[in-house]
Design a protein around this ligand. Structure first.
Ligand code: FE
Length: 214
C-alpha cells in the first residue's frame, strides 16, 4: 500500500508546495484586493507573465552572455554551475544544484521535467505554462525533434539532441550557441539576445537583425 502518488521528492510546483506563512499572506492579500475591486486579476496575470518571460530569465541571460565573453567564466560555469552562477549573485530556492549544458555544433540540449515542473528559478524565473503541461513533459522525451519543430527550431540530422530530465537534485540551464555576427557586441547587448526558450533548449539565440537602411 502506498499513499504516494509520486515519489519525486521536492517542492512540486503544480501540486503546490505547502504554503508558508508568506504565501498565505500573499494569497489573502490578493483575494482581498481583488474582492474590493482594487486590483484587476488580469493585471496580476500580466505581472506574472512579465516575470516568466522578461524579468526572470534576465538573470540566466546575463550568465550566458558572460560565458560567451569570458572563457574562464565559461569554464567555471561548466565545471561547477551553482558556484559560477552564485558569483553573479543568483542564489535561491530551486537553484542550489545547477548543471549547465553547453550546446555545440554537434549537440543540442533540451530540458524537461517529466514528473512535474522542476525549473531553475533563480536564473529563469517562473516556469512557463507549457513547461508544466503534460504534452511537453511526455513528448519532449518521446519526440524531441518534433517538439523542437513546433517551437520553430530545426535541428539538423547530424546534430545529436540530448534531453535532460530535471529533478529535485539537479536543475539544468542550457548554454546556447553564440550566434554568428555578434562578435562586436558587448556583454549587455549579448544578454538582450538570450531568450528564456534558448536557455531551456526549445529555442536558439538569433543574431540581431540588421537595421533597415533607407
Ligand atoms: Fe519536477
Amino acid at each position: 500500500m502506498s499513499g504516494h502518488h509520486h515519489d519525486h521528492d521536492h517542492d512540486d510546483v503544480d501540486a503546490g508546495p505547502p504554503l508558508g506563512d508568506l504565501q498565505l499572506r500573499v494569497r489573502a492579500l490578493e483575494s482581498l484586493l481583488v474582492d474590493k475591486g482594487l486590483v484587476d486579476p488580469t493585471a496580476l496575470d500580466t505581472l506574472i507573465d512579465t516575470y516568466e518571460t522578461k524579468v526572470g530569465p534576465r538573470n540566466g541571460a546575463r550568465v550566458v552572455a558572460k560565458a560567451w565573453i569570458d572563457p574562464k567564466y565559461r569554464q567555471r560555469l561548466l565545471e561547477n554551475a551553482s558556484t559560477a552562477i552564485a558569483e553573479l549573485g543568483y542564489i535561491g530556492r530551486q537553484g542550489e544544484d545547477m548543471v549547465v549544458l553547453e550546446n555545440t555544433p554537434k549537440v543540442h540540449n533540451m530540458v524537461v521535467c517529466t514528473l512535474c515542473s522542476c525549473y531553475p528559478w533563480p536564473v529563469l524565473g517562473l516556469p512557463p505554462v507549457w513547461y508544466k503541461a503534460a504534452p511537453y513533459r511526455s513528448r519532449a522525451v518521446i519526440d524531441p525533434r518534433g517538439v523542437l519543430k513546433e517551437f520553430g527550431v530545426t535541428v539538423p540530422d547530424d546534430v545529436e539532441v540530448r534531453v535532460w530530465d530535471s529533478t529535485a537534485e539537479l536543475r539544468y540551464l542550457v548554454l546556447p550557441e553564440r550566434p554568428a555576427g555578434t562578435e562586436g557586441l558587448r556583454e549587455e547587448q549579448l544578454a538582450e539576445l538570450v531568450t528564456r526558450d534558448a536557455m531551456i533548449g526549445t529555442g536558439k539565440v538569433e543574431a540581431p537583425r540588421p537595421k533597415a537602411k533607407r
